[in-house]
Design a protein around this ligand. Structure first.
Ligand SMILES: [Zn+2]
Length: 199
């Protein structure tokens, strides 16, 4: 991806921008009012707006390595500020925590990465998702990490206060198939919404 390719892409975007003048101008005049907060991985292959075909103004997004939200006591200003703005000011109604197969961050964690780098320190907020009996189980650690981050979300006072108005969704995006698997709170199973028989 060269700078030239970026600028060519921007030209195509400007064509779409002009075609959707009404939408873009409305977002300027009326402000944003997204009802969904998306917590995703920074991975360049997992683009929220593409996965759910969302328009500008529909998703409030935070992305970082391994879709992590450190618990409130960790005082991570970036994620807590995004959460606070989404929950208190935008009053989002849904929070989607979306992990993905082949996540490099979780793979590193499962391989027992250690050290004092920023990445190592960051991945500690996913450590509780690893299994002591099978630490190399990347696939299930990715799933458990998504559930773990929901627990972290529930350590924030402003989320607890709006708990009844917010639905937290746990999603897993499969990079090979493009499918979404959703954690069912009742059956405690992951359900592939793209496969009819799993519904
Ligand atoms: Zn990832």
């Amino acid at each position: 991806m060269s700078l030239l390719k970026l600028l060519e892409g921007h030209k195509r975007f400007k064509i779409e921008f002009d075609e959707k003048q009404k939408l873009y101008q409305s977002l300027v005049e009326n402000g944003q009012c997204p009802k969904i907060l998306w917590i995703g991985c920074s991975d360049s292959r997992v683009i929220p707006e593409k996965i759910v075909d969302a328009e500008p103004g529909e998703l409030f997004v935070i992305r970082n390595i391994a879709n992590i939200i450190p618990p409130a006591k960790a005082n991570d200003l970036c994620s807590s500020a995004v959460l606070e703005y989404a929950v208190v000011h935008l009053e989002v109604e849904h929070i989607v925590i979306c992990g993905h197969t082949g996540c490099g961050g979780i793979t590193e964690l499962c391989m027992g990465v250690s050290g004092n780098s920023s990445i190592c320190k960051w991945l500690r907020f996913a450590k509780d998702a690893t299994s002591s009996s099978d630490p190399g189980d990347i696939e299930n650690t990715i799933k458990r990490n998504i559930l773990l981050q929901e627990e972290h979300l529930k350590t924030f006072d402003f989320i607890i206060e709006r708990e009844k108005e917010i639905t937290i969704h746990k999603w897993l995006y499969d990079m090979k198939s493009g499918d979404i698997t959703i954690f069912d709170n009742v059956t405690k199973r992951w359900i592939d919404v793209d496969k009819d028989e799993s519904r």
